[in-house]
Design a protein around this ligand. Structure first.
Ligand code: AHQ
Length: 242
């Protein structure tokens, strides 16, 4: 193998590649000033309601994004696992077994913060820049190779922590939000962990040269920027209390 080819095909080990993916957690939106304000109890009720109403546009986009991944993926074994994500969000009813799903749970979070179902679902509070960031994510998943769209979901490597943080801090800081309103976050701790198992497996398998692995880091950075930009827009619209 000539030097150029050996350079191109040289790959980081799986452990090293995973470590570099996880290292990008330092740019996760748990560190955004708007999120820090939320999780340290400094947000006003209007800022909490603004966050829930705007994040609804992200939540309803997730199953659409996941359906885009499925539509681009020819691998039945991958689809059989990936389709769970759509059920998690849209809910399902199979005979006696039914689940309202995460989108309904998010609406209930909104109602617990004092929003009406109508003003959540009609997007009246959604900031244009939040919608643009959400649309960038969905459109990426529609156009990219399905393995790249899978890789972009790996911000969920860091999601269990942010959900656990909310569950640990919101009841104390925001006692005016009924406890059942936080059910969405409880569900996501386990669902995110299960999602990541498949997401990481596909990513570590597919991105198998150094050039591809660096592409994976760029994809993850893009998705981290999607989440960060949503918080930037909300900070601009609602302010950040120090
Ligand atoms: O509630 C979230 C969710 O369902 C998902 C799906 C996943 C994806 O496919 O990109 N990412 C994601 C995330 C959710 N909640 C965010 C939060 O801060 O509450 C975190 C976000 C993510 O880390 O990408």
């Amino acid at each position: 193998m000539n030097d150029t080819m050996s350079k191109q095909s040289a790959a980081w080990s799986r452990d090293d590649f995973e470590a570099r993916l996880r290292e990008q957690g330092k740019a996760y939106h748990i560190h955004h000033p708007f999120n820090v304000m939320l999780n340290t109890g400094k947000a006003t009720p209007d800022q909490v309601r603004g966050w829930v109403a705007n994040r609804f546009s992200y939540q309803v986009a997730i199953p659409v994004k996941d359906a885009a991944v499925l539509s681009n993926c020819p691998d039945r074994d991958v689809r059989r696992r990936w389709i769970q994500r759509i059920l998690d969000h849209d809910g399902f009813e199979f005979g006696a077994t039914k689940d309202e799903g995460g989108i309904e749970a998010w609406i209930r979070l909104g109602i617990a913060t004092g929003l009406t179902r109508e003003e959540i679902t009609d997007f009246r509070h959604v900031i244009p820049a939040v919608q643009f960031a959400v649309d960038a994510y969905v459109n990426f998943a529609r156009r990219a190779p399905w393995q790249e769209a899978v890789c972009s979901s790996l911000t969920e490597l860091f999601a269990p922590e942010i959900h656990r943080q909310r569950l640990a801090t919101w009841p104390e800081h925001y006692p005016w939000i009924a406890a059942e309103g936080l059910q969405y976050f409880r569900n996501r701790v386990t669902q995110a962990r299960r999602d990541v198992e498949q997401g990481l497996e596909v990513t570590l398998d597919y991105f198998n040269t150094e050039v591809l692995q660096k592409r994976a880091l760029d994809i993850l950075k893009f998705k981290l920027d999607v989440l960060w930009a949503m918080n930037d827009a909300m900070a601009t619209a609602y302010g950040v209390n120090a």
